[in-house]
Design a binder for this molecule. Structure first.
Ligand code: GTP
Ligand code: MG
Length: 198
């Protein structure tokens, strides 16, 4: 799929405040600093669209980006930011929960996991919650430029084993690098397939 236009369409903390056009939404979630905003920029080939930072906890709002005037990419805050105070963490958790359980336009949530580390308990618990709410998701392993394929292959085997303790079958999975553009065609093609089936 071609991304011809990508335009910031608004920020919200509750789903009642999101853009009013009921267009299909694809959202990105994962631990703080895993690379959500960078991935959105890579998919849109626009390095300044979503704000990125080497300091975790950058994205605090739900940010909608209108793609090709027909669907939204949604950048969510990260979960599990250890340095935030308890109140800050609870508020972020509420922003995330409100959006993912309250947006009827959400088609699929991409759960991002750092490809250098085995999937964490916090990710597995989050994914379990998605299952309870019946929210469709796929996993994207990020930052694959940071290590060789053999190292990732071993981590992936561990990830699969952990996921299969919780799920009968594995979700769809992608490997990405926002630095190198890895995974762009696959992820956009996946979105396109879902859009064509709505
Ligand atoms: P929060 O908004 O804080 O939750 O973070 P985020 O998940 O949006 O992460 P962000 O995109 O801001 O990226 C965090 C850091 O990781 C930045 O310094 C990025 O440059 C870096 N980064 C993100 N993706 C990649 C990647 O694919 N490769 C490399 N080498 N670095 C990346
Ligand atoms: Mg971000």
């Amino acid at each position: 799929m071609n991304v011809s236009t990508a335009v910031f369409a608004g920020s919200s903390t509750r789903v009642t405040g999101k853009p009013q056009r009921n267009l299909p939404e694809f959202a990105f979630i994962g631990r703080s600093n895993v690379g959500k905003s960078s991935l959105i920029n890579m998919l849109c080939r626009n390095s300044t669209l979503a704000k990125t930072s080497s300091t975790p906890g950058k994205t605090k709002l739900v940010n909608h980006f209108l793609i090709n005037d027909s669907w939204y990419l949604v950048d969510l805050p990260g979960y599990g930011y250890a340095k935030a105070d308890r109140k800050g963490r609870e508020e972020i958790a509420e922003v995330i929960r409100d959006y993912i359980t309250g947006s009827p336009d959400l088609q699929l949530l991409f759960v991002l996991v750092d490809s250098r580390h085995v999937i964490g308990r916090i990710d597995l618990d989050f994914i379990a919650e998605l299952g309870e709410h019946g929210i469709p998701f796929a996993i994207i392993f990020t930052k694959c430029d940071k290590q060789g394929p053999n190292v990732f292959a071993r981590t992936l085997e561990e990830d699969k084993a952990l996921l299969l303790q919780q799920w009968e079958s594995l979700p769809d999975m992608f490997l990405s690098s926002s630095e190198k553009g890895t995974g762009r065609a696959e992820i956009l093609g996946y979105v396109e397939k879902i859009l064509n089936n709505i």
